[in-house]
Design a binder for this molecule. Structure first.
Ligand SMILES: Cc1ncc(COP(=O)(O)O)c(C=O)c1O
Length: 400
């Protein structure tokens, strides 16, 4: 039997995984190697949006695995073409590029924006504006976009030309978005920061300044996209027209895939040989993602996300009335941040461990927020049972 010790023995210590090892999962239930059962409010990190081993996805993956696994990008393939067409039909986009992860999609987005600005306005238009508390990934460009010392320490020099501004702060934006700006990179809901939404005046000013300065708007929907917030992509709710959107996580429901979506006039800047990746457009990943998009774009599923969000809100508020454990509850569809009232015994780590002990998987956001990102089709009774476990866990810690 595998053990957690093997992780310490053989794997680079960049993670600190839980002490149990999940071996099997179905829908929103996960079993560990000792056959202990957990309700899954995490979905990886907002990835398995149709639950684990969703039968239609298992079916398309099995079928595709018997046809063709991989072709280089010297050829195209049917699943990639069908997925690209479906994404374009369901969004603002005319063109798609496939990558393998969120960070890789972000890299492609920044490269595309810079190339476009370079060709259209000259080489001095290359600056990227990003915001405080952002999370865009762990590659060199994306840690530079995140901007926090915690992520960049020891990895310098960072890629140049990135300027930061406080999220949701309109003052001073006009100094940072200017003629040299190629693109502004923004999450409309910041997940890692605790499910924080962009405010209307902030968005309005970014739109105005980008228009005046011919800067593109790149919206990072790696975590917020594919139904998580109750629309296929979150930008639909924010009165903003993206130039480029990045997607990953929920797009493959656990099968690695990333994508950028953009308009024809921008895509044209990326001619043959300017960018590429071995696995981008992989037929296995694309056949799964096509089924995901066909399922998640259904109106009924998206309406249910909002219904299920309400169940969470009502019950979390009731828990808070009982236990006074949350300073704030933020939600954006089935993406929920509960900012903890930290005490001697109740903090993010103790809550996480106690939830594991009682059979519930939740996530962290920043250093004081419990993040909940369940499957978009989690059964209502599991929402209630999971929240009972959360309440019991916090109550136990308060008494400790
Ligand atoms: C908003 C956002 N952007 C980008 C990324 C990076 O994605 P990946 O981990 O697939 O590289 C993440 C991952 O958590 C994310 O939440």
């Amino acid at each position: 039997m595998v053990t957690r010790k093997q992780f310490n023995d053989y794997m680079m210590p960049v993670y600190n995984p839980a002490h149990f090892i999940p071996v099997k999962a179905k829908g929103s239930i996960v079993w560990d190697s000792k056959n202990k059962k957990y309700i899954d409010f995490a979905s990886g990190i907002a990835v398995t949006s149709l639950g684990h081993c969703y039968p239609p996805l298992v079916k398309v993956l099995n079928e595709q695995s018997k046809k063709v696994w991989h072709l280089s990008n010297a050829m195209t393939n049917a699943p990639a073409l069908n997925l690209a067409k479906t994404l374009c039909k369901n969004t603002f986009a005319d063109k798609v590029f496939f990558a393998n992860s969120g960070a890789e999609a972000m890299e492609a987005a920044v490269k595309t924006a810079r190339k476009y600005a370079n060709l259209k306005y000259g080489k001095n238009k290359n600056e990227i504006v990003a915001f405080s508390d952002a999370f865009h990934g762990r590659t060199m460009m994306t840690i530079a976009l995140n901007g926090s010392d915690r992520m960049t320490n020891g990895f310098g020099p960072m890629p140049a030309g990135i300027n930061h501004h406080p999220y949701n702060e309109t003052e001073g934006l006009e100094k940072i978005i200017n003629k040299r700006t190629a693109a502004v990179v923004i999450e409309l809901v910041q997940g890692e920061a605790g499910i924080i939404k962009a405010k209307k005046p902030f968005i309005a000013k970014i739109k105005k300044l980008c228009k005046e300065n011919n800067a593109l708007i790149i919206i990072d929907e790696v975590q917020s996209g594919v139904g998580r917030t109750g629309t296929l992509f979150a930008y639909e709710q924010f009165n903003i027209k993206p130039d480029i959107v990045t997607s990953a996580k929920g797009l493959g429901n656990g099968f690695p895939i990333g994508a950028i979506l953009t308009k024809n006039h921008i895509a044209e800047s990326m001619q043959v040989g300017t960018h590429g990746t071995t696995y981008g457009g992989n037929p296995l990943a694309c056949s799964v993602a096509l089924e995901v998009i066909n399922t998640v774009s259904k109106k009924r599923l998206l309406t249910n996300v909002i219904k299920k969000e309400k169940i969470f809100i009502n019950k979390l508020n009731a828990i808070n009335t009982n236990l006074k454990c949350f300073e704030r509850i933020n939600t954006a569809g089935l993406w929920i941040g509960c900012k903890l009232n930290v005490t001697d015994t109740v903090n993010l780590d103790t809550v996480l461990q106690q939830c594991y002990k009682n059979g519930l998987m939740v996530l962290k956001a920043n250093n004081n927020t419990i993040r909940i990102a369940p499957s978009l089709i989690i059964e209502d009774k599991l929402i209630n049972s999971g929240l009972d476990i959360l309440e019991k866990s916090i109550a136990q810690l308060q008494k400790a």
